[in-house]
Design a protein around this ligand. Structure first.
Ligand SMILES: Nc1nc2c(ncn2[C@@H]2O[C@H](COP(=O)(O)OP(=O)(O)OP(=O)(O)O)[C@@H](O)[C@H]2O)c(=O)[nH]1
Length: 327
């Protein structure tokens, strides 16, 4: 195609009015030279009204201070500026529907200001405005999806207790916090007694229902939002008790044990009772004690093992080894 055929000539205004973004050209005094149809649609101000007016006058009090500062900087220092919709949600009074009424929510948008020198006006600023509504609603959908996935990863799908993944993360975090602040931290490990026999006697689906009931009973005992109950694996559960000392942890473990007993779930294959029971092991990091997360976990595990050896349906406690603080 020959170069002159590329020159749209009289077609340019039609093209500028057809684009799906707002275009304003202002001169060095911020007077409107160009105002396209998109902008007229979303501002409720026609090109006829806007042309020749100072931009601040066209929008009146609706203009944000950040927009005015950016415009004056672009005109004065001839530097391009971007006002993203993240930091500047709605700098201009633009609306999805026109005429804009005061009650309508502003349309979120992003703005790019480009300094230009154009004959016959000289120094100008081209302002491009894009509608960010779609990008924002896409972002919201993605954020909701990511929150849902996070919740799923954090939650055990059968019992709705926290997952092992959550436990590992939260425990490390709480242990580090307790060491840093010199505060107490307790752990309780809980294991359902003769659960293999329960499954054998009543079937796996009945075993699943029992695990759900056990978690609900355990959860009802834990009143502080900071106390977290997680499924540690199979029929084993763990409770993290921040700022909780040895005696209190033992008392809570006892409450957890009796809460499961109170469910009155028959277990005809249990060697120690005719109903379902749990064994529990506690361990506590004392205030100011230096230890390791693994040592505290090992101690709770040893306590649970001791409870099993003691005859099950009971609570045992073990202290974690003190580990010298890193130099
Ligand atoms: N129904 C059901 N059973 C499970 C689930 N996860 C693990 N189990 C079963 O739990 C049983 C655990 O058995 P063991 O580790 O031998 O423990 P136990 O029979 O409780 O014996 P003690 O702990 O010594 O009292 C196994 O038979 C697993 O199949 C689950 O999600 N649902």
């Amino acid at each position: 195609m020959e170069p002159e055929k590329l020159d749209g000539g009289a077609s340019w205004p039609l093209i500028l009015d057809a684009v799906e973004l707002g275009l304003v050209l202002v001169d060095a005094d911020a007077r409107v030279l160009l105002w396209n149809a998109w902008l007229a649609r979303h501002s409720g101000v026609s090109a006829q009204t806007a042309r020749g007016q100072p931009l601040a006058g066209v929008f009146g009090a609706g203009l944000s201070a950040s927009f005015l500062t950016a415009l004056s900087n672009t005109l004065r220092y001839r530097l391009p500026v971007v006002l993203s919709n993240v930091l500047h949600f709605c700098p201009l009074p633009l609306y999805a529907q026109t005429p804009a009424d005061a009650a309508a929510a502003r349309m979120p948008h992003a703005i790019t200001m480009t300094p230009l020198v154009l004959p016959p006006w000289g120094a100008c600023c081209l302002i491009q405005i894009t509608d960010s509504s779609r990008a924002i609603s896409r972002e919201k959908v993605l954020q909701r999806q990511s929150e849902r996935l996070n919740r799923e990863v954090m939650t055990d799908s059968l019992t709705r207790a926290f997952s092992r993944g959550f436990f590992d993360h939260f425990y490390q975090q709480e242990f580090a916090r307790a060491q840093r602040k010199g505060t107490k931290l307790s752990l309780i490990m809980i294991d359902v007694d003769y659960f293999k026999d329960y499954n054998d006697a009543y079937g796996h689906p009945a075993g699943d229902k029992v695990l759900i009931a056990v978690v609900q009973a355990l959860q009802a005992v834990l009143l502080r939002s900071t106390d977290k109950l997680a499924r540690y694996g199979g029929e084993e559960f763990a409770v993290i008790l921040p700022d909780c000392g040895e005696h209190k942890a033992l008392a809570i473990a006892e409450l957890l044990r009796t809460a499961v007993l109170a469910l009155n779930l028959p277990h005809r294959k249990s060697a120690i009772s005719n109903q379902l029971t749990v064994s529990l092991g506690t361990s506590t990091l004392k205030a100011g004690q230096t230890s390791s997360a693994q040592a505290l976990l090992d101690a709770a595990d040893q306590a649970l093992y001791a409870a099993k050896n003691q005859g099950r349906n009971c609570v045992q406690s073990r202290s974690p080894q003190t580990v010298a603080a890193p130099a």
